[in-house]
Design a protein around this ligand. Structure first.
Ligand code: BEZ
Length: 240
């Protein structure tokens, strides 16, 4: 690939965690979309795939569509995107529904919107075109956007690797839990596991807190956890 092309792509700023999700209007398989405005008050996962009628993408769409009720219950809407046109999207989703049986899934209807982005305008805004990987296809990007339209997590996968949709659900629930209970979540956290109590401002305060600890386990002054039951996590899932 021509290095000049890479340099041109690099000057488009990539959205970052903590920033407002870039706004756009587009056509989708479910009608027009005004993003992220029409999703105010809801979590959204905006994700891209390289191309319709390709195997990894098909396995991903079937898996995501099969889990979509679970995401819906967690107040989260799914929005897909590729640089293919609307008629390609419609034909591909129809093929998935009518013809593909995969891992026990069949008759899978993709009810969430799939954006057509033939101009790559949206894909470029979201840093989904990464020329080192491909300059004609979007990589597998995943943006978690909160009910206020702020980007909270970004994941990127290459063309050849399908995503883990249990992990995407885990991230969503972890973000909602962190917000609701003002805690942080340790490695591999799952609902029901201990959560991390935010570090106190100074070592002195933290040591005092450790000495008075009732419901905490402290591994050192900067690392304390407490219990947070699965029931308490389930209680907030889907709430704003
Ligand atoms: C796939 O979804 O199978 C795929 C798409 C683009 C490049 C490589 C694989």
């Amino acid at each position: 690939m021509d290095t000049n092309q890479i340099n041109q792509a690099e000057i488009i700023p990539m959205p970052r965690i903590g920033e407002k999700a870039p706004a756009f209007k587009a056509v989708t398989t479910q009608g027009d979309i005004d993003f992220p405005n029409q999703y105010k008050g809801k979590w959204v996962i905006l994700f891209s795939h390289p191309a319709d009628f390709t195997p990894v993408c098909t396995s991903e769409f079937m898996t995501f569509a099969n889990m979509s009720k679970q995401f819906d219950k967690a107040n989260c809407q799914l929005v897909g995107l590729s640089v293919d046109g609307l008629y390609s999207h419609i034909a591909w989703l129809r093929t998935i529904k009518e013809k593909i049986q995969y891992k026990g899934m069949k008759n899978i209807e993709v009810k969430f919107p799939l954006i057509e982005d033939i101009t790559m305008e949206v894909a470029k805004k979201y840093g989904m075109i990464q020329p080192g990987e491909s300059n004609t296809k979007a990589v597998r990007a995943v943006f978690f956007i909160d009910p206020k339209g702020i980007i909270r997590t970004i994941l990127y996968y290459p063309l050849s690797l399908g995503r883990n949709f249990d992990e995407l659900y885990r991230v969503l629930i972890a973000l909602q839990t962190a917000d609701a209970y003002s805690v942080a979540l340790p490695a591999d956290w799952r609902p029901g596991d201990d959560v991390i109590v935010p570090t106190a401002g100074s070592c002195g305060v933290a040591k005092q807190r450790m000495a008075n600890k009732k419901d905490m386990t402290c591994y050192d002054w900067f690392f304390c956890t407490k219990k947070l039951s699965k029931d308490l996590v389930n209680k907030i899932i889907g709430k704003k």
